[in-house]
Design a protein around this ligand. Structure first.
Ligand code: X90
Length: 278
């Protein structure tokens, strides 16, 4: 049996993770007759293009308790991180799964963390867990270190459309309207209570990329780790990375693709970035 396992819902944009034993619990995207399961088989560009042409209602659903239980598998110590509980039922269903799991397996431990965020900020936490696991820290030490680490991570996003967020009640229609205007990109952050906080409305891509780096600096970024994920917008993600590296040449920055759930909400062109701060 595994001594440790890291588990995250698919909003972390991670399907494979080599640094420690890992499993993902998929969210689902629903559009009429079609159901997209956010696992490694999902063709994200195809889903995004389908949704752009689809005129009906679309929505998402979080992992069920059973989905979480199968992701937990068989492990002695499980570290599980979910998308913000403010916007999703994922955390609640993970907590129910934890209680069932610990009751069925006396002696095993499950820690469930509400990230108050999503995407790259969840990945930073998973990477922290992998380091702590490789140092063979105890369950309680890892929990304690996690709570401290979470105070030093943040999440910023850049969106060209907030239609899916507004249609599903995750932002107010007033906020969403700004992002719908041609050429306007909304820059915002995951707030301290785990919802979307709009910071800037930027005209043009270059200004939006500048605003992302300006804002991360204001929130205390000073050359630490950054995880930049994009929905069919590699150029913008690399634009942010290059701005960071121009200023902090030895920063650990990676660029990758958003998973299905984040692609649904961030939409084509969207960027979500996790970063460490002071
Ligand atoms: O349970 C479900 O169906 C999932 C609902 C998720 C709703 C919000 C997802 C937002 C994802 C948007 C930019 C980042 C926002 C960060 C806010 C904390 C992507």
């Amino acid at each position: 049996m595994e001594k440790y396992r890291i588990v995250a819902d698919s909003s972390a944009d991670v399907k494979r993770f080599d640094a420690a034993p890992f499993a993902s619990a998929p969210l689902k995207i629903l559009a009429g007759e079609r159901e997209f399961i956010d696992d490694e088989n999902l063709n994200i560009p195809e889903m995004v293009e389908f949704l752009l042409s689809y005129k009906g209602r679309s929505s998402t659903s979080c992992p069920s308790v059973d989905d979480w239980l199968s992701a937990f598998g068989e492990a002695e110590n499980i570290f599980c991180v979910t998308i913000t509980a403010t916007l999703s039922g994922s955390y609640n269903s993970a907590c129910v799964a934890r209680d069932i799991y610990m009751e069925n397996h006396p002696g095993r431990k499950v820690y469930v963390l509400n990230s108050l965020s999503t995407g790259g900020e969840m990945l930073l936490i998973m990477e922290k867990w992998a380091r702590l696991i490789s140092e063979e820290r105890s369950f309680d030490e890892i929990v304690e270190a996690t709570e401290a680490y979470c105070r030093t991570t943040g999440l910023l996003f850049m969106l060209e459309s907030m239609k899916n967020l507004a249609n599903n009640g995750r932002v107010s229609p007033v906020v969403a309207k700004a992002a719908g205007l041609l050429g306007i990109r909304v820059v915002g952050r995951a707030s301290d209570v785990g919802d979307l906080q709009q910071l800037d409305k930027c005209r043009g891509r270059e200004r939006a990329l500048d605003a992302m780096v300006q804002r991360m600096t204001e929130y205390g970024y000073c050359g630490g780790t950054a995880r930049i994920a994009h929905c069919l917008n590699l150029e913008a993600a690399e634009g942010i990375r290059d701005r960071i590296l121009a200023r902090w040449s030895d920063a650990d920055v990676t660029v990758y693709e958003l998973g299905g759930l984040c692609s649904f909400y961030a939409e084509k062109g969207g960027i979500i970035m996790g970063f460490e701060h002071a």
